[in-house]
Write a protein that binds this ligand. Structure first.
Ligand code: FE2
Length: 146
């Protein structure tokens, strides 16, 4: 018994999360400079959190009886977050960009939560509300690092 706006909200949340996961891991690999260790570890913490979230969101889509998108092509179509450029930005630009991406993801989650609440789908709303808290924390940590 799937509800289209709920599924759409979950798919966008999944695509944003996957894109941000890859981008955060890219920056974990490529960051340089005097704050290397702190940023390398912060980015690792955040991509690990995203990795766990991706699986939960995808499996919620499956639990609602729909197919979970799982290709770069599908994610690039659905995601509101831009992939990392091939060239490495400065550490400050990395932190600033990831903080902005946390905002984008929070907006996507907000819309998805609204759809879930409207549909009376409390399990989806609960899952996504948990993600709001995680991304607000991630955003705070990024903003405090710059
Ligand atoms: Fe690593």
């Amino acid at each position: 018994m799937s509800n289209k706006p709920v599924i759409e909200g979950l798919k966008h949340s999944l695509a944003d999360s996957y894109t941000l996961f890859l981008k955060t891991q890219n920056y974990h690999w490529n960051v340089t400079g005097p704050n290397f260790r702190g940023l390398h570890l912060l980015f690792e913490e955040q991509y690990n959190d995203l990795f766990a979230a991706i699986d939960e969101i995808a499996e919620r889509i499956r639990a609602l009886g729909e197919h979970a998108p799982g290709s770069f092509k599908a994610f690039s179509k659905l995601s509101g977050i831009k992939e990392a450029a091939d060239e490495s930005p400065t550490p400050a630009a990395m932190v600033k960009e990831l903080a902005k991406d946390q905002d984008t993801l929070l907006a996507t989650l907000g819309k998805a939560i609204e759809a879930a609440q409207k549909a009376g789908d409390e399990a989806t709303a609960d899952l996504l509300i948990g993600r709001v808290a995680a991304h607000e924390k991630n955003r705070w940590m990024l903003k405090s690092s710059s």
